[in-house]
Structures are given as structure tokens and as C-alpha cells.
Design a protein around this ligand. Structure first.
Ligand SMILES: NS(=O)(=O)c1cc(-c2ccccc2)cc(-c2ccccc2)c1
Ligand SMILES: [Zn+2]
Length: 263
């Protein structure tokens, strides 16, 4: 479809021109700050199944021109009452080496180093992803904030391969692995709200779950992510570096954000 980007004439200010939902309501990401948070004691821990994928399975790691995306396997599911959601893909958002702050969601105005999104669709109600993504109850995305600290061996399974997908439309197969290890320990502590895809077409179809606790990767792993990839394909005369692929914060409007934990 149309080309969109995160900077210049194709930047997010121009998204609504070609994607009307991007200028609409229920947009993501948002800031989680005190006066829009509401404790909800009924929020259950996120239930995962099939997340410990065997190495005999394989994931496709690809550069789609906007992010690094890893296809997942349909045996990976989550349950968020009353629905079951089937995993589709995971992808990342990050900043740049000189300003290593590229998460999409923020907590009390703090932007984290990056963010992992694990995208699922409501497989109780919809036959496939492309149908589900247009429906208000179609998608459930898990957001995991990324912070810098010690080396992360599970994250390394992705980072070690990105030199092979530096340019748009490049893809490789990698062995399946335990995606559970990319999630924080506490699956019972999270922010919950109704929002949208954070990229065009910005459909307001996402039940967001952003975990309270970040996943930790090393500074070297973050720098590799910030410096390896291009938005353009391998024969482009003007290579565009893939950095700062995060959307600006959107207004909450009438929305509150539910939290599953007290301070
Ligand atoms: N950031 S996100 O989670 O809202 C998101 C979800 C999906 C998505 C994926 C499958 C089904 C339905 C929606 C795709 C993208 C995307 C990011 C970069 C380039 C193109 C698309 C981003
Ligand atoms: Zn995303």
C-alpha cells in the first residue's frame, strides 16, 4: 500500500491523509499517569499457552521496512476472559543510539529504551487476522517495555540474526524458542485499555495489555538493534536507517486505563 514512515513528509502528522483511523479516536500509544489510572481488582493474570515453542518449529524473522517482525505459530495462545486469542507476530519499537529511548507506551511520562509487541487476534470470534484487525474486539497486543541492564540470552536469538535482514523485505527462518522468556516474570501486573494499532491503518481494534515490569537487555544488544536495520531495500540509492520507529503519545480522550496492581 501507500508508504508511511516515522519522519519527514511521510511522518505521523501525514498518516491521517491516507489512513483516516489514524486521525480518529481510541488511538495508541498513551502515557500511564496517575490521574487516568483506575485499580481493577477483577483483572486476572494473563494466561499463556503454547508459548514455549520447540526448536523443531521455526519462526520467520523479517524486515518489513518499519520494524523487525517475527512470525509466531498458531499454537501460541493467550486467554483474556471471556476470549481466547491466537498469536500472529511479534515486533519491536526502539529509538536511536544518541537518544536510546524508543518505547511507545510511557509510565508517568518516562519513555523506556524500547518495546516488544506480541500481536494476537480473537480466534473465538474471527476466522483470521485480517478480518479480526478491523473489529473493535479483534486484537489483543501484549506490550513489554525494554530497559537496559544485563545481557538477555533469549533476546539474543533475535538480535544475533538482524545482520541477515538489514534491508526491507529480507527474511530468514530461525528455530523456535520459548517466547515466554521475552515476557516479564509477573504476568499479573499490567496496564489495560482499549486502543489501536500504533501504525497505519491505526484500526481502533486493540485490547492493550502493557506489563508493569520491563524486560532487560544489554546496552550492546540495544545498540545492535538501533544501528543494524534499514527501512529501504538493498538496492536503494538513498538508504534510510530504521530508527525511532515509535509513535508519539496520543490523547486519552474519555478513556481511563485499568491497572491490575496497587502501588
Ligand atoms: N504496533 S502494533 O502492535 O499496533 C502493530 C500491529 C500490527 C498487526 C500485525 C498483525 C495483525 C494486526 C496488526 C502490525 C504493525 C506493523 C508494524 C510495522 C509495520 C507494519 C505493521 C504494528
Ligand atoms: Zn507495535
Amino acid at each position: 500500500g501507500h508508504s508511511w514512515g516515522y519522519s519527514g513528509s511521510k511522518g505521523e502528522e501525514s498518516w491521517p491523509k491516507n489512513y483516516e483511523f489514524c486521525g480518529g479516536v481510541y488511538q495508541s500509544p498513551v502515557d500511564f499517569h496517575q490521574n487516568i489510572l483506575q485499580y481493577d481488582s477483577t483483572l486476572q493474570p494473563i494466561k499463556l499457552s503454547g508459548y514455549n515453542v520447540s526448536s523443531t518449529d521455526s519462526f520467520t524473522l523479517s524486515n518489513n521496512g518499519h520494524t523487525v517482525q517475527m512470525s509466531l505459530v498458531p499454537t501460541m495462545k493467550i486467554e483474556i476472559e471471556p476470549f481466547h486469542y491466537t498469536a500472529s507476530q511479534l515486533h519491536l519499537h526502539w529509538g536511536q543510539k544518541s537518544t536510546p529511548k524508543g518505547s511507545e507506551h510511557c509510565i508517568e511520562g518516562k519513555r523506556f529504551a524500547g518495546e516488544v509487541h506480541v500481536v494476537h487476534y480473537n480466534s473465538d470470534k474471527y476466522a483470521d487476522l485480517s478480518t479480526a484487525m478491523k473489529e473493535s474486539d479483534g486484537l489483543a497486543v501484549l506490550g513489554i517495555l525494554i530497559e537496559v541492564g544485563s545481557f538477555n540470552p533469549t533476546f539474543e536469538k533475535i538480535i544475533s540474526q538482524i545482520q541477515n535482514i538489514r534491508f526491507k523485505n529480507q527474511k530468514i527462518q530461525i528455530a523456535g524458542f520459548g517466547v515466554r522468556e521475552l515476557l516479564p516474570e509477573r504476568l499479573d501486573e499490567y496496564y489495560r485499555y482499549e486502543g489501536s494499532l500504533t501504525t497505519p491503518p491505526c484500526y481502533p481494534s486493540v485490547l492493550w495489555t502493557v506489563f508493569r515490569n520491563p524486560v532487560i537487555i544489554s546496552e550492546e544488544q540495544l545498540i545492535a538493534l538501533e544501528t543494524a536495520l534499514y527501512c529501504t531495500d538493498s538496492n536503494s540509492s538513498e538508504p534510510v536507517e530504521m530508527t525511532n520507529n515509535y509513535r508519539q503519545l496520543q490523547s486519552h480522550g474519555e478513556r481511563l486505563v485499568s491497572v491490575s496492581f496497587r502501588e
